[in-house]
Design a binder for this molecule. Structure first.
Ligand code: KG4
Ligand code: ZN
Length: 334
């Protein structure tokens, strides 16, 4: 079964053709990051406009690269939630138009479910049930993936998402948007023990995260030093911050896996590209005979292929949208 998939939830306009949820026939991503960089973050109005301009060319290229016409497809999948509402609407309306014109079923896909599904493309042997740490710019969840379309959130952030914390700390250190990837690189050269930073716990919720205190601690360190005319060693501060975030994610993820008896652990979302997080989870899994999965770097960020992967399983589960499908800025993964 061949699915054309469309993603426009944030600042990437993406489309792909995916076969049977596991094989990429084509994948095209048009990033707007260079433009948003000028403003230090995503400007929603600009994102919507750029999606409008890019989407036709991106979808056409995805079909051309797969050497397929609309008539050779079996369905169209589209990200409809959560994300920037104006951005999502571009993909949803484009997909609706194509679905109506070509007489193809329209499959609605939840953005975080699709991040999880990027692992199905990379790991042909991976099947639910497993425990997944979904960490992106907008979300940090520990999710029990009981089946391809049956999930339960057992832990989440009470404030900032991990990616958001990375980006804000990086921005305060003068790195360009999106700062997570820059901070990760700089941290490789630093000493993670040079600054003592908090590892917040959430009372009564052992699997929940909180990153705003940690983020504020770093920002205060930088501002206090600036007021005294001093500059802090950026590599050491980056390494200490990265370690604090990764320690917090790892401790809660591993203890949830132990408590609930999961032996298969999966990472997903933009922050799953973090090199320390990948190393640490792999090492933790190695200690106890757990299996560890994460996507290759090119599938960690937003892309169309992951939408096609999840779209396949949504289709099999009978999740077909009608023409009144609407975009939603927020929606639980469950
Ligand atoms: O999943 P994603 O591409 O978009 C959302 O759905 O939010 O995630 C983007 C987030 C950004 O906050 C970005 O800084 C972060 O993922 N990110 C990283 C790394 N690469 C991307 N954070 C830490 N380390 C990285 N290597
Ligand atoms: Zn994403």
């Amino acid at each position: 079964m061949k699915i054309l998939s469309i993603e426009s939830s944030c600042d990437e306009t993406a489309a792909a053709v995916v076969e049977n949820g596991r094989k990429i026939l084509s994948s095209v991503v048009a990033s707007q990051v260079e433009e948003h960089k000028l403003y230090g973050g995503v400007v929603p109005e600009i994102a919507s406009r750029r999606h409008c301009e890019a989407i036709n060319g991106v979808v056409t290229k995805a079909l051309d690269d797969a050497s397929l016409g609309l008539r050779e497809l079996d369905a169209i999948a589209v990200t409809y939630a959560p994300g920037l509402i104006g951005a999502l609407l571009v993909g949803v309306n484009f997909a609706k138009g194509l679905s109506m014109a070509a007489g193809l079923p329209l499959v609605p896909v939840h953005h975080l479910r699709s991040h999880i599904a990027s692992n199905y493309i990379a790991h042909p042997d991976l099947e639910p049930p497993f425990l997944c740490l979904v960490v992106s710019g907008g979300h940090s969840h520990i999710v029990e993936v009981k089946d391809y379309t049956e999930m339960m959130v057992i832990g989440k952030t009470r404030d900032d998402a991990a990616g958001e914390a990375f980006d804000k700390a990086a921005r305060t250190m003068g790195m360009p948007y999106p700062g997570g990837i820059h901070l990760d690189k700089v941290a490789e050269q630093g000493d993670p023990l040079s600054f003592t930073l908090p590892r917040p716990k959430v009372d009564g919720a052992p699997y929940d995260f909180s990153f705003s205190g940690l983020k504020t601690a770093v920002i205060n360190l930088i501002h206090n030093a600036a007021q005294k005319g001093e500059t802090l060693p950026v590599a050491d501060l980056s390494a200490s911050f990265r370690k604090a975030v990764v320690d917090s994610l790892t401790e809660k993820f591993i203890s949830a896996a132990d408590d609930l008896g999961y032996k298969k652990l999966v990472l997903a979302g933009g922050v799953s590209a973090n090199s320390l997080l990948r190393r640490t989870i792999r090492e933790e899994c190695g200690k106890n005979g757990r299996l560890c999965y994460y996507p290759p770097l090119e599938l960690c960020g937003d892309n169309g292929a992951m939408v096609g992967a999840q779209g396949y399983y949504e289709f099999l589960a009978g999740n077909i949208a009608s023409m009144d499908l609407n975009a939603r800025a927020t929606m639980t993964i469950e």
